[in-house]
Design a protein around this ligand. Structure first.
Ligand code: SAH
Length: 248
């Protein structure tokens, strides 16, 4: 590979960092990012990559020091102003590890502000690693050109989530028992501050379905005539919401 090709490629590399970004700022990144730049992408001093932190937009930055364990980058120029996805949350019952990773990755790509794992009666995963899921979200946003990494909340029971966290936010309740009914995805309701809720592989229990239907602000929806896997339902519901109310 020619040096030019490396430099061309390096312009597309995006790294999420926690610190503030401004012209001339020196940003030190830790072993994971340094190893990625050095060993995986085989960059060298002088290569230019992009940095973002979820607050200060996107910046070009030149690598001024690079080793396997540490890299230092100097911010050059602000390339894009900070932007945020719509005020959409995703609440979902965690699945097995790689499927949960998939849900978080797709939610970050499709554009949500907050991801809330909720424990349901039929959940077959009862623990999550918030750190791991946050990292999946960071990687997805680095890849897709987004500027905002959704927050990942602690696992909460469905009831605690409804009573304690949801507030007066509308709840788009994906109810598999309505599949095939006329209650398609609503295209005409006031649903700006919204949370999509997708249940576990085993579906919602009768008790959960009852409290969800009675919950103020709940909008039970069908996602079509077939029962979808939970991770498919998540992608479909976010896509439909973005189409009707979001920033697509
Ligand atoms: N095992 C259950 C299906 C669970 S599907 C059964 O056989 O009935 C997992 C989750 O995806 C559901 O809880 C629901 O939130 C969502 N979902 C899947 N298909 C759906 C559909 N057609 N309409 C609405 N929600 C759906």
């Amino acid at each position: 590979m020619q040096l030019n090709d490396i430099d061309k490629g390096s312009r597309r590399i995006r790294l999420f960092v926690e610190c503030g970004l401004r012209e001339g700022k020196l940003v030190e990144v830790g072993a994971d990012s340094a190893n990625y730049l050095f060993s995986v992408m085989r960059l060298a001093r002088g290569s230019v990559v992009h940095l973002f932190n979820g607050r200060d937009g996107e910046w070009s930055a030149e690598i001024s020091d690079l080793g396997k364990r540490r890299a230092v980058l100097a911010c050059i120029e602000n390339l894009r102003d900070q932007s945020y996805p719509p005020d959409l949350w995703l609440a979902f019952a965690p699945l097995r590890k790689t499927r949960t990773d998939f849900v978080v990755e797709k939610a970050a790509e499709l554009g949500v502000d907050r991801i809330v794992p909720v424990l349901c009666a039929h959940s077959n995963a009862r623990r999550i690693s918030r750190k791991r899921l946050r990292q999946r979200a960071v990687e997805a946003v680095e890849q897709c050109g987004g500027l905002h990494v959704p927050s990942v909340q602690d696992l909460a029971t469905l009831e605690d989530f409804l009573v304690g966290e949801l507030g007066d936010r509308k709840l788009v309740f994906c109810d598999e028992s309505m599949s095939g009914s006329d209650a398609g995805f609503p295209s005409d309701c006031e649903a700006e501050r919204c949370c999509i809720l997708v249940g576990p592989e085993g579906g919602f229990s009768d008790y959960e379905r009852r409290i969800l239907r009675e919950f103020p602000g709940s909008i039970p929806v069908s996602l079509g005539p077939r029962i979808l896997r939970a991770e498919t339902a998540t992608v479909v519901a976010i896509a439909l919401w973005q189409r009707f109310y979001g920033d697509w």
